[in-house]
Design a protein around this ligand. Structure first.
Ligand code: ARE
Ligand code: CA
Length: 493
């Protein structure tokens, strides 16, 4: 039975939708200036043709600013997803698609207001001990990639018996020995830098707005700086430097030329959610063991951590939506939402067709029943109602400061001053929470349950999807696992 839908009588929903959907810059709705889209999404192992459709059908309309895709270059063959991280050549030809499909994707995404960020695997080539042939037909051997690299282009660290990294406490090992047997490029060499630079230039010519530097920790920061220094100003550089306690190589070294993925963010958030005890971060903007906010790309999980670290993942359902909502509601860093596929085998690749090409349908907007996902099914997190609602919430919150939170039982919530309020209940019991707010009295639509209201041309909000604000307090009734969020443009008449 469909629930009764109360239409939001927003005066000019269509016009509002148009202005909110405007990519790139901030927009004004009525008298309210909303923030520019800034949130990214990692679409893991999704073929280029599907990414293009996602940009048009889901990402652009939801207000995602950028999409991080999986590595595009020719790789070793094999069923595992991680074959993508073993380059054989820099031809843009892989089981995720052709060069032409890649270029078509960046153009269509840009048209939809979504920038594409490529995943650049430039620390190493393959980890194969035997000679082979790559996906696009290029012959290779561990230290030989004809026309590209010869044995002298690689580090041969000589610090461990097999030249593999054994001790992350040694900077020299981390940066000049082999990460899990992956032939380590001598990135101090001008010739190697030039070839990597040419590859990044090629990706830019195909329309990407920036690159993730895979395994950046394993490339000396000075080498990365030299390589990306030759790229056009404005190219986004996102370095993957996993923060390791007591390790000599730290993310801060990589902030002078770009952003870094800040792993501390999820490591702080997940245990709080699991314990059901949420506390305020330092609201001055400084956070211990985090790079500065304007350099930090924050995330709940990524393709490695969902397979490794004990964080929150799609398997956690409500708790996962809650983690993402809290990240999107925060005023720290640039969030990237992760969207992959269900798996039980850590190594299992995405489903492929008879030719070995990855195949995937575009996601339907709405909520996947996580428990019903079979291996290989896409989680479609980027299309979840709660995520789309929180993207709108974030733009309405804009640059309003995060105010001190309140808690009651297991519930916790906070306001972005005068703009928006979020409340969560990670506990096992129903909770009531009153969050102090300067939002005007009235009933507000909960964008976590109802989805975006302003950007929707026919916004609807059921009776049980509203939150009351009265006398400077927003009253939330929260079921176990529930997240609820209201913003100033979602007030019912
Ligand atoms: C695969 C096999 C290996 C085999 C190798 C070569 O699993 O057994 O030896 O192939 O044939 C991915 C997969 C790997 C895969 C690799 C190549 O995860 O399993 O190896 O592709 O196909 C460190 C790095 C960090 C890295 C993580 C995974 O610092 O950069 O390890 N993350 C990126 C990507 C990965 C990718 C690679 C790098 C390689 O996101 O998906 O690997 O391109 C502490 C340290 C961290 C360390 C972590 C794990 O936390 O602080 O620095 O991360 O431990 O060791
Ligand atoms: Ca290296």
């Amino acid at each position: 039975m469909p629930r009764p839908i109360r239409r939001l009588a927003l005066a000019a929903a269509g016009a509002l939708a148009a202005s909110l959907a405007l990519g790139g810059c901030s927009a004004t709705i009525g008298t309210v200036e909303v923030g520019p889209p800034d949130v990214g999404v990692q679409l893991f192992q999704l073929p280029w043709t599907t990414v293009a459709q996602e940009c048009e059908q889901n990402l652009g309309p939801a207000g995602f600013a950028w999409v991080l895709v999986s590595p595009a270059q020719e790789s070793v063959t094999g069923d595992e997803w991680w074959t993508s991280y073993q380059p054989v050549s820099y031809r843009v030809e892989s089981r995720l698609g052709t060069r032409a499909e890649f270029a078509d994707m960046t153009a269509r995404c840009r048209e939809a207001g979504v920038a594409v960020i490529a995943d650049a695997v430039v620390n190493h080539m393959t980890g194969q001990d035997a000679a082979g042939t790559g996906w696009a037909g290029s012959a290779y051997d561990h230290y030989s990639y004809p026309g590209l690299y010869a044995p002298e282009d690689f580090h041969h660290c000589g610090l461990t018996p097999n030249d593999d990294i054994a001790d992350y406490g040694s900077r020299e090992q981390v940066q000049t020995c082999e990460l899990v047997n992956l032939a380590d490029l001598d990135t101090s060499s001008p010739a190697v830098r030039e070839r990597i630079g040419a590859y990044l230039d090629d990706l830019l010519s195909l329309g990407v707005a920036g690159v993730r530097i895979d395994a950046a920790k394993h490339i000396a920061a000075a080498d990365v700086a030299a390589i990306v220094g030759g790229l056009p100003a404005g190219t986004r550089i996102l370095s993957e430097v996993i923060r390791g306690g007591g390790e000599p190589v730290q993310p801060e070294e990589y902030t002078s030329f770009g952003e870094v993925f800040e792993f501390t963010y999820a490591r702080d958030l997940a245990p709080q959610l699991r314990a059901g005890v949420l506390t305020d971060p330092d609201l001055s903007g400084e956070r211990p063991l985090h790079v500065p906010s304007d350099r930090a790309v924050v995330f709940v999980d990524n393709h490695d951590t969902e397979r490794g670290e004990a964080g929150v993942t799609y398997r956690d359902g409500d708790l996962y939506a809650m983690a993402n909502a809290l990240m999107l509601a925060d005023d720290f860093g640039t969030p990237v939402v992760y969207s992959g596929y269900a798996f039980t085998d850590r190594d299992a690749g995405a489903p492929v067709d008879a030719d070995g090409r990855v195949v995937a349908p575009v996601c339907a907007a709405g909520d996947a029943e996580v428990s019903a996902l079979a291996d290989g099914d896409r989680t479609c997190v980027h299309a979840w109602t709660a995520i789309r609602g929180m993207l709108e919430w974030r733009r309405v919150a804009a640059s309003a400061p995060r105010l001190p939170g309140v808690d009651d039982g297991d519930a916790y919530g906070f306001e972005r001053e005068g703009r928006a309020v979020v409340a969560v209940n990670p506990g096992a019991d129903e909770e009531r929470l009153a969050v102090p707010t300067t939002l005007p009295d009235g009933r507000y639509c909960d964008v976590v349950r109802a989805g975006p209201v302003v950007a929707d041309t026919a916004p609807g909000c059921a009776d049980d999807e509203t939150v009351e604000v009265a006398g400077g307090s927003a009253s939330f009734a929260l079921a176990p696992g529930q997240t609820s969020a209201i913003h100033s443009l979602a007030r019912l008449p």
